[in-house]
Design a protein around this ligand. Structure first.
Ligand code: CP
Ligand code: NVA
Length: 305
């Protein structure tokens, strides 16, 4: 596999190998620093949307391992506007060793990968967020052992983050439940794909509308923004529909006592999650964010070595 565009493209064994690599690199980093595996390698980071975690974790992943990264802002590249995606892909392929791109339309990252001679990593699209899911699985693994037979519940919008989380759960044998308002569910083609993976791993996928039912027996509770980047015009409408899907202390009381709470961040405190939960004993929000660094390193090792 040349690229890292979707969890769905990788086998359970390959995903587990990336997670194992991340564990090893994290340990190595804390003990003596990583070896310079990416010496003379450069990552181009193409962003059509803002970012904190994805940008900084990829940049630092390259630096920790002896390489370098270039940030290419929306204004600079004008992907598909100033220049065609096919031309950008072919030009950048001659300068650097790997591309990470955050795009609005998932087709644009597929197009980039089609034309690039070098690996392309999906740093989030409107469809999915596979780098995030890798860090999520790493965090779940660290807290609860492997994902097999765990119950992972996602509360809120059936968005890009939920799709990759569903796929990584289904690939690794965790039961995935989503509770979303009517009309805000996940892409049904992505669900069909998830169901196939779940069947192969012996796990299940449930799509509910009741958050209280969804958290029963959950060991992991996950949420994300109600208004993703690019959906600003729908903001007011969404904020009127989603409040029953807030992850708060009352909802948490219906889950396993030791359930961990995850959020890809940025969090909109007081909307999809309360301060009490985000900063409470069940929260793993910051270790999860920090795990982006280690997951990113493992993905880069997979593609560059
Ligand atoms: N979770 C995540 O991808 O964060 P950024 O948007 O800050 O990169
Ligand atoms: N669903 C969010 C995730 C941000 C990391 C968005 O697309 O804006």
């Amino acid at each position: 596999m040349k690229d890292f565009l979707a969890i769905a493209d990788y086998t359970p064994e390959e995903i587990q190998a990336i997670l194992d690599q991340a564990v090893e690199l994290k340990k190595e980093w804390s003990e003596k620093g990583n070896s310079p595996l990416f010496k003379n390698k450069v990552l181009a980071m193409i962003f059509q949307k803002p970012s904190l975690r994805t940008r900084v974790s990829f940049d630092m992943a390259m630096r920790h391992m002896g390489g370098d990264a270039l940030y290419l802002s929306p204004a600079e590249i004008g992907l598909g506007k100033r220049e065609s995606i096919a031309d950008v892909a072919r030009v950048v392929s001659g300068y650097v060793d790997v591309i990470m791109a955050r795009v609005f339309d998932h087709q644009h990252v597929l197009e980039l990968a089609k034309w690039a001679d070098i690996p392309v990593i999906n740093g989030l699209s409107d469809y999915n967020h596979p780098c995030q899911a890798s860090a999520d699985a790493l965090t779940i693994q660290e807290n609860l052992g492997n994902l097999k037979n765990l119950n992972v519940t996602y509360i809120g919008d059936g968005n890009n983050v939920s799709v990759s989380l569903m796929h990584i759960c289904a690939k690794l044998g965790a039961n995935f439940t989503i509770a979303n308002p009517e009309g805000y569910g996940m892409d049904q083609e992505a669900v069909a794909l998830g169901e196939k993976f779940a069947q192969e791993s012996g796990s299940s996928i449930r799509q509910l509308t009741d958050p209280v039912e969804a958290v029963q027996g959950a060991q992991v509770i996950y949420t994300d923004t109600w208004v993703s980047m690019g959906q600003d015009e729908e903001g007011a409408k969404r904020k009127a529909v989603f409040p029953p899907y807030q992850v708060n202390q009352k909802l948490l009381e219906g889950a396993d006592k030791d359930a961990i709470v995850l959020h890809c961040l940025p969090a909109h405190r007081g909307e999809e999650i309360t301060d009490e939960v985000a900063d409470g004993p069940n929260s793993r929000l910051f270790p999860q964010a920090h795990n982006r660094l280690h997951a990113q390193k493992a993905i880069l090792v997979k593609l560059l070595t």
